[in-house]
Design a protein around this ligand. Structure first.
Ligand SMILES: CC(=O)N[C@H](C=O)[C@@H](O)[C@H](O)[C@H](O)CO
Ligand SMILES: CC(=O)C(=O)O
Length: 320
């Protein structure tokens, strides 16, 4: 049985996979990356090899090595290391699940296979169940990201009765803007102690109202501190200040979304903010343009997300 001793809560950074200019994984900076998340962003949980980590663009052996590095470097520093083990091949997914258990990860997550697709809930559950069974002692999270997988089966349906099929089921990572579906996932499972992790960073406050117990996202790599301030304000029921924090985060995300925002841009922003070289993404993604990075940098500075020593009057749109 999965141990439910520690529930996954708070912010979870969807980790970037650092790469060299030649497209190889740069394992050497992961230790530094762990320290940065904990010390500078106050983020103590990670979600490895997901969307942001280009997990589906890595080979199985690369995915194993990346997972090992995070577990090893995160030991005694991070609270939880969750490994995304979803793949198109059930066999690969099971291999990765078993491996995650062997190396001492804290949980596994799986997306719906998206090439040959499960067309209904029962088939999707059967797939997830077979993966979960390969790591029978690890908490299992279903990763719902319909815009990317193209699998539109509502999360509320997937969760209905899931614990009977997958005893290790422990939560949902919900990366969609349908708050009706998300709210119903929470409402229909109130007695069950599941983790409800929201994955649309720019809308996290609305999901907190709807019952989210935590959040997994790409922006917590570099806006973790700011987002933690929002969580604290929400916790204290200071909703006006929580809203100010959310709006501040939205100003940045809205700005980059309009320029074109994805994993490549996340790599560029994180390199800029943390000083840790994340390198280019792997094909089919392409490196963010110089123009994007310059614009993002100016915006980060004006919002005070990046120190701006040469501006004496303070920045123009910083939020308190
Ligand atoms: C599609 C995608 O990558 N979503 C991420 C996690 O689920 C989010 O963290 C977004 O990057 C973030 O909300 C910005 O849109
Ligand atoms: C954003 C997210 O959760 C992921 O990269 O998988």
């Amino acid at each position: 049985m999965a141990s439910s001793k520690k529930k996954l809560q708070g912010l979870v950074a969807a980790t970037i996979t650092p790469m060299t200019e030649h497209g190889e994984i740069n394992f050497s900076v992961i230790g530094q990356y762990v320290d940065y998340l904990v010390e500078e962003q106050g983020v103590k949980n990670v979600f490895v090899n997901g969307t942001t980590g280009e997990g589906l663009s890595l080979s199985v052996s690369e995915r194993r090595r990346v997972a090992e590095e995070w577990v090893t470097k995160g030991r005694n520093k991070l609270d939880q290391v969750v490994i995304h083990v979803g793949a198109l091949s059930l066999k690969e997914s099971q291999e990765l699940a078993q491996h995650a258990a062997e190396i001492g990860a804290d949980g596994i997550a799986v997306i719906a296979p998206f090439f040959l697709k499960p067309w209904n809930k029962d088939v999707l559950i059967n797939f997830l169940k077979e993966v979960a069974a390969a790591a029978p002692a690890l908490p299992f999270y279903y990763y719902h990201i319909p815009a990317v997988t193209g699998i539109k089966i509502r999360a509320e349906e997937v969760l209905d009765g899931i614990q009977e099929k997958i005893p290790t089921f422990q939560g949902l990572k919900f990366s969609d803007t349908d708050l009706l579906d998300f709210g119903q996932c929470v409402d229909q499972n109130r007695q069950r102690q599941f983790a409800f992790l929201f994955g649309v960073d720019e809308q996290l406050l609305s999901a907190l109202v709807m019952g989210a117990t935590g959040a997994v996202g790409s922006t917590y790599n570099y806006l973790g501190k700011k987002t933690n301030q929002m969580l604290e304000a929400f916790e204290k029921k200071d909703f006006s200040s929580a809203l100010n924090h959310q709006f501040c985060i939205q100003r940045f995300i809205n700005f980059v979304v309009k320029l074109g925002f994805g994993v490549s841009q996340t790599k560029a922003i994180m390199t800029l903010v943390s000083g840790i070289p994340m390198g280019p993404p792997r094909l089919p993604l392409q490196k963010a343009s110089r123009e994007f990075t310059d614009n993002a940098e100016a915006k980060l500075k004006s919002l005070d997300f990046l120190s701006f020593n040469d501006l004496k009057e303070g920045n123009l749109e910083a939020c308190s």
